[in-house]
Design a binder for this molecule. Sequence first.
Ligand code: HEM
Length: 519
Amino acid sequence: MFEDNRSILLGALVLAVFLLRKFLDFRRAAASVTNLPGFRTLFSDRFVWFPYRVNGISPGVQSEINLYRKYQDFEEGGWDIMAGDVIGARARFPKPLGPYKVLLTFGPNLVASEGDEWKRQRKLVAPAFSEKNNKLVWDETVRIIYDLFDNVWGTQDTVIVDNITDLTVPITLLVIGVAGFGRRITWNEDAVAPEGHNITFKDALNVVSRNLFLQVLFPHWLLKWGTSSMRRFYASYKELGQYMQEIIDARRSGEVKEERHDLFSSLLDANEGLIESGEKLSDIGLMGNVFIFMVAGYETSAHTLAYAFILLALYPDEQEKLYQAIKTTLSDDRTPEYHEFSSFAYSMAVFNETLRLFPPVITIPKQSAEDTSFTTTNAAGEKRTIPVPKGTYVTVHTPGLHNNPKYWVDPDAFKPERFLTDYPRDAFLPFSGGPRGCIGRGFSETESIAALTVIISRYRVEVRDEPQFAGETFEQRKARLLRSKLSLTLLYTMGPGHDFYDHHHHHHSLEDLPQDDIP
Ligand code: HEM
């Protein structure tokens, strides 16, 4: 009994000391930023095990909160900060690498590196994202969607898609397959794994990228022998590595390339061309980067396209404007060409407006490398300088920026037209920006504009009427259809926005209408 009391007392003492230290650290941290107003918590957004938002204790799942609260925290705090200071200054605000560890699955890579290592990687990787690659992306996206029309949707007037991502995920996966890897996969391929494999390339990629968090939480031996989903992850991981190695070997042995301007081929060529071996990437480094192209490149785009279709279905007038804009260029129903890219400015505006409202990457983590400061203003226009001590974590809050009424009139509204004129570029950072901005931006814009343009030129997107939702108001319907959820991975990675919204309650139909039926 006596022993018990002593250990309880000791426990309480340890806890009290811990809390006191936390409290003092907190006070010191708040004072170091001149007690700037705003939401405060003892634990940071890296404290992921307690996913609820409690004032003073925990910020909750930061990314989700950012998405839902948009500009609210800034409005309540009363002070703004522009992201330009942080985004433009790569040396002053490098990335903290901790949150990116999960992306080291297949080896070192561009996203999860900093300093000289990042420079070396970027120099090697950048040339792959060329004009020729963009053209390939365009041509292949158009081909993939025609293949969908001809060989999957066929002659149906109405195509029912239960969940919009069932449409957009395969599109971007097929695009990254061919334009990223030089591997043409067709819509009907997914049934059979090739010789030497038990899992198809497409499935392996999908399973691995959706479950990256497993390998942060568990060691490989456990994944190998653990629950069925762990084993599935492990098997997919092994097979994906094997697929990538096969592609490297095939390129090396000079086998015919299906496409010469895919990212992987360019990266391999650039790497083989290096004379100084110190600059070369090993096979591991090659795989690391190619894997990153997939992770960074297909779900972000897939989910943006998904949101775009839902928004267009919710706002039929906007959809009609888009359709009319496309038809002025494609009046005779012919295939859109890459050189016409700039004619599809309205498609681009829809894409940008979607990214403004639903940026897939919701927090961009940085850390100050030196003692520095920000200058900020409040609604009354007063200025204030906030010191930022060395080592401070600074997060670029994309939804806050994208919904700031100072830069965006009527920020909640879906108005693609705002992107047809000059818009505040510093307040639009879905791809981050500056030297560490997204290297795949052109890739993603090209693929998304091609996909939106071709699909909307042929189909009208509507939300299917369902009796159980008949009594809904527009706002309720909008909230239901656009409900978003971020998976654990997003907390660690640069966020390919997995499972952005509830998969079970969405029904979308794409109605095939003869052109002259459109009013
Ligand atoms: C809608 C689509 C996309 C969005 C919203 C997006 C967003 C972003 C953002 C915000 C960053 C900065 C991340 C950070 O600082 O942590 C980034 C970096 C990156 N993205 Fe994208 N991305 C998209 C598509 C793509 C595509 C298609 C690819 C490749 C095929 C790609 C490859 C990369 C790479 C390699 C980086 C790291 C660049 C560096 O650190 O130097 N992204 N992206």
